[in-house]
Design a protein around this ligand. Structure first.
Ligand SMILES: [Zn+2]
Length: 418
């Protein structure tokens, strides 16, 4: 099988939350291959690209990709194991402790984590006290199973929620962190939650907040794997339509992915009063223009301006005789490289220590990925930092900087450091 063969693509005809056909494109990042599809140089002729365009639903305010690309499991290789991050482990410990303290599930209660990955969240609960269940369609679930958890290897949806309610009993707590943005049929997902929650059950989700992307110009979070860019307003509509109710919201920092929202959801008639933070945030979103496309097109203008300025810095450095590289190869780095239209003539190599990526090329831009020791021998003076959210870590720890190199940090503003 070649890398291009297993993709299916569809164009959205209607909003995945409210069904409106008023989808207004506002950010066009060009045609790009899916961001995680790092390939071997010999597979370049088989590479496929798909439009990467974000549209606003003028009815409910959901930002969503106009084209949904689904890959079979060929890139499962890159599955990210959450438990390798200490910051994430601490984050989930806080979430589990807080949920048990606030909602006091009885001993033996069913607790479900959807998108459980390697079991990072399930591990945070007192294991003997509750009946813990993970849902994980990717091969990461194998790690959770080896750690002794029961894991259902499926995508969560209406039917699975109903059948689990019958087979395991309904759940007192359900968590889904960094999952919602990846779900195509989000209504079926919410209906599955409604079927699975007990009368006083609580569903907790965490997701990157659209307002942060707009405010700080974090457009590299846009890639094919992220189908929706979430805010409170469209989710209130979704939950209301599906017999659920969001009753509290908090802003949180999630390890590397940065600022996020944590939303607490129950069945519509559950005993939890709706916190004032919910209508407060909804009013705030309306005031900023959550359904007004002009506001999003202004954002797209700032994105184009950042692109032009990053390109100008790179061109200036090249004119001065510098050799330019890139540093780290996260999925989001490919949105940036492709939108900047970078080629191996602009960027000689990417330094990345993940052995699964070394020896391959970046999707679309085809820049060779090399380990850091090889990178240091290339005579690169400046490196575009693709994992720019880790700038402080890399400034302190990378041999490239210690040997006199400098980073071009692209976002939120192009800056040279140190
Ligand atoms: Zn909508």
């Amino acid at each position: 099988m070649t890398p291009g063969d297993s993709f299916r693509v569809k164009t959205l005809a209607a909003c995945r939350i409210c069904g409106s056909d008023e989808l207004l494109p506002y950010l066009d990042l060009g045609e790009q291959p899916p961001s995680n599809s790092f390939i071997r140089p010999e597979d370049i002729p088989n590479e496929r690209s798909f439009p990467l365009t974000v549209a606003l639903c003028g009815e409910c305010g959901l930002s969503q990709l106009l084209h949904v690309v689904s890959a079979a499991d060929i890139f499962d290789d890159y599955v990210y194991l959450s438990s390798t991050s200490k910051a994430l482990c601490d984050h989930y410990q806080g979430l589990a402790d807080d949920a048990v303290r606030r909602f006091q599930p009885d001993d033996g209660a069913v607790i479900v984590d959807i998108g459980c990955n390697d079991g990072i969240m399930l591990t945070r609960y007192p294991r003997k006290r509750f009946r813990l269940l993970g849902i994980e369609p990717s091969s990461a679930g194998e790690h959770a199973r080896k750690a002794g958890f029961e894991v259902v290897p499926k995508f969560f949806a209406r039917e699975l929620g109903s059948s689990l309610a019958r087979s395991h009993g309904r759940a007192r707590l359900i968590t889904a962190t960094n999952v919602f943005a990846h779900v195509d049929d989000i209504r079926s997902f919410a209906e599955g939650i409604e079927a699975l929650l007990t009368e006083d059950g609580v569903f907790i989700i965490e997701f990157p907040y659209l307002e942060e992307m707009l405010e700080h110009c974090y457009f590299d979070t846009v890639y094919h794997e992220h189908l929706s860019y979430l805010a409170l307003t469209p989710l209130l509509r979704l939950f209301e339509d599906c017999g659920l109710r969001a009753f509290a919201v908090e802003r949180v920092e999630i390890g590397a992915s940065g600022p996020a929202l944590r939303l607490f959801v129950s069945r519509r008639n559950a005993r939890f009063p709706t916190d004032a933070g919910i209508p407060g945030m909804a009013v705030d979103e309306r005031r900023r223009g959550i359904t007004s496309v002009a506001r999003y097109r202004e954002f797209a203008g700032r994105v184009a301006s950042v692109r032009d300025r990053v390109r100008a810095v790179i061109a200036g450095l090249q004119r001065d005789g510098h050799r330019i590289g890139a540093f780290a190869a996260p999925a989001k780095g490919n949105t940036l490289l492709n939108y900047l239209r970078m080629t191996p003539a602009d960027i000689v190599a990417v330094s990345e220590n993940n052995a699964l990526k070394v020896g391959k090329v970046t999707p679309g831009s085809h820049i060779p990925i090399v380990a850091e020791d090889a990178f240091l021998r290339l005579g690169v003076s400046h490196a575009l930092l693709l994992a720019w959210n880790y700038v402080d870590f890399f400034l302190k720890n990378s041999a490239f900087i210690q040997q006199g190199g400098r980073f071009l940090v692209p976002l939120p503003e192009p800056t040279l450091r140190p």
